[in-house]
Design a protein around this ligand. Structure first.
Ligand code: F6R
Length: 260
């Protein structure tokens, strides 16, 4: 696992956008797994700037969703489908045709989850999965004690996660209790995992995920099992890393030709 400490969120966004641009140069129709929430926004802004400047051709990229609320009315502006379309698909000049996501409004949620895992496999698998991390260590919405082998399924959000996400709704009561999330086993099948964490509130979760034991109680620690996982953290999110000095030295000494 590579840990890259960057001065701020914008630098992290640029770094990850560069890796995505390199991937799309090698494989123009790469399947990019995207997260929602606040953390990945600098990545999406950096990608949009590249597309607008003509330095990135994302026209054949395919985008897939990590998770989705269950029970929001179709078209709700905070459904993750709506967020991904607004923040990623449209700014990159793509259409819904290039987009894959689970159906959070399905009558049969279990079938919708199984169908989404199948759709990801049939699409050839995720090439690069962008992840955030919850203050409780979740990835996707795999809350603490999710099976490390889990597949896409329904999960119940913790009170802490619902409080964290209440800022996107009028009040806490409006935050759904349930989500569909790619399982940890599903996430680990992506070819490259890139987790971005910014801000002091993520420092403890990052330290546990990176330097603690692999444990279901810290779902993000599953990244330690992946052969190509990159954790990009700003100074605040890195503030509890015991090995921060080593991570800085390693990245500074990295050969120029080697991407994340
Ligand atoms: C959202 C997701 C979550 C978020 C996490 C952090 O699709 O998968 O794991 O990445 O809750 O959210 P922010 O970035 O808003 O702090």
């Amino acid at each position: 696992m590579e840990i890259v400490i960057v001065p701020d969120a914008a630098t992290g966004g640029e770094l990850i956008a560069r890796a995505i641009a390199e991937l799309l140069t090698d494989k123009p129709d790469a399947l990019l797994g995207v997260a929602t929430g606040s953390t990945p926004l600098p990545v999406y802004r950096a990608l949009k700037s590249r597309v607008e400047a003509g330095t990135l051709d994302a026209s054949r990229a395919r985008i897939c969703q990590l998770d989705e609320y269950v029970g929001l009315p179709e078209g709700h502006p905070e459904s993750y489908r709506a967020v991904v379309l607004r923040e990623v698909v449209e700014p990159l000049g793509l259409t819904e045709a290039s987009f894959l996501g689970p159906d959070g409004a399905a009558a049969d949620i279990a079938a919708a989850c199984a169908a989404y895992d199948r759709a990801l496999a049939e699409a050839g698998g995720v090439d690069l999965q962008l992840l955030g991390i919850g203050t409780d260590g979740h990835i996707g919405f795999n809350e603490p004690c999710s099976s490390l082998a889990s597949r896409t399924r329904i999960k119940t959000l913790t009170h802490q996660t619902r409080e964290d996400n209440a800022r996107f709704f009028d009040n806490l009561d409006e935050v759904p209790h349930h989500v569909i999330t790619q399982g940890i086993g599903t996430i680990l099948e992506a070819r490259h995992l890139v987790l971005l964490a910014t801000g002091e509130a993520k420092a403890e979760a990052v330290a546990l995920a990176v330097e603690g034991p692999v444990a279901a109680v810290v779902p993000a620690s599953a990244l330690q099992l992946h052969p190509h996982a990159t954790v990009v953290v700003d100074e605040a999110a890195a503030s509890r890393l015991r090995l921060a000095g080593y991570f800085r030295e390693t990245y500074a000494a990295k050969p120029a030709w080697q991407s994340i």
